[in-house]
Design a protein around this ligand. Structure first.
Ligand code: IMP
Ligand code: MG
Length: 186
């Protein structure tokens, strides 16, 4: 099993930088949703760490729910855009203010798909909060209301974001040198 130190390129954001940025976003959310009934929707599994930290920094009372999606088809270290729902919300979102919390927006296909699906359920509003935005990779226009950080067109991992389901536990966000990376033999 390879250690991340063997393929890490650089740490983009350390624990303190992430904590500060999450607190700023939480303050914006507190401001924007003041007096409203907010539902945070975590997109599993990449959004888990971010959602947990964000939720605890938001002062407004709010509810939490989760969805799990996977993209299938071509493309190993990027999204194919064919999105399948593995786990749907338990909450009825009709008339609710929904804020989707996602790890990364890349092509935009995943979020575009979820947004169009959730809108058919007639929420009062749906907004999007992403930790990382790979802007230069966008193929489908998607409105992102809150962004943690812009990142370059490189594979990133840590703080909830995996490589082959590993390294989500790392407290920082780093880029990987995929030429040095060896997938686990399972
Ligand atoms: P999109 O549908 O192309 O916008 O892809 C978004 C999804 O692709 C994210 O939710 C991630 O799961 C995954 N993804 C995109 N870039 C990266 C990356 O650099 N590291 C890990 N996962 C990524
Ligand atoms: Mg994801």
């Amino acid at each position: 099993m390879q250690a991340y130190t063997e393929f890490i390129d650089e740490v983009l954001y350390d624990e303190a930088a992430i904590r500060n940025r999450v607190a700023q976003i939480a303050a914006e959310i507190d401001h924007q949703y003041a007096g409203q009934d907010l539902l945070l929707v975590c997109l599993l599994r990449g959004g888990l760490t971010f959602t947990a930290d964000l939720s605890r920094q938001i002062s407004l009372p709010h509810e939490l729910d989760c969805m799990s999606l996977s993209s299938y088809g071509v493309g190993h270290y990027a999204s194919s855009g064919n999105v399948r729902v593995n786990l749907d919300l338990l909450t009825n979102i009709e008339g609710r203010h929904v804020l989707l919390v996602e790890d990364i927006v890349d092509s935009g296909r995943t979020l575009a798909h979820v947004l169009s699906m959730l809108r058919t359920r007639e929420p009062q509003s749906v907004r999007v909060c992403v930790l990382l935005d790979k802007k230069m990779r966008r193929e489908v226009p998607v409105q992102v209301d809150y962004v943690g950080f812009d990142v370059p067109d490189k594979y990133v991992f840590g703080y909830g974001i995996d490589i082959d389901e590993r390294f989500r536990h790392l407290p920082f966000i780093a880029t990987a040198d995929l030429a040095k990376y060896q997938p686990p033999a399972r």
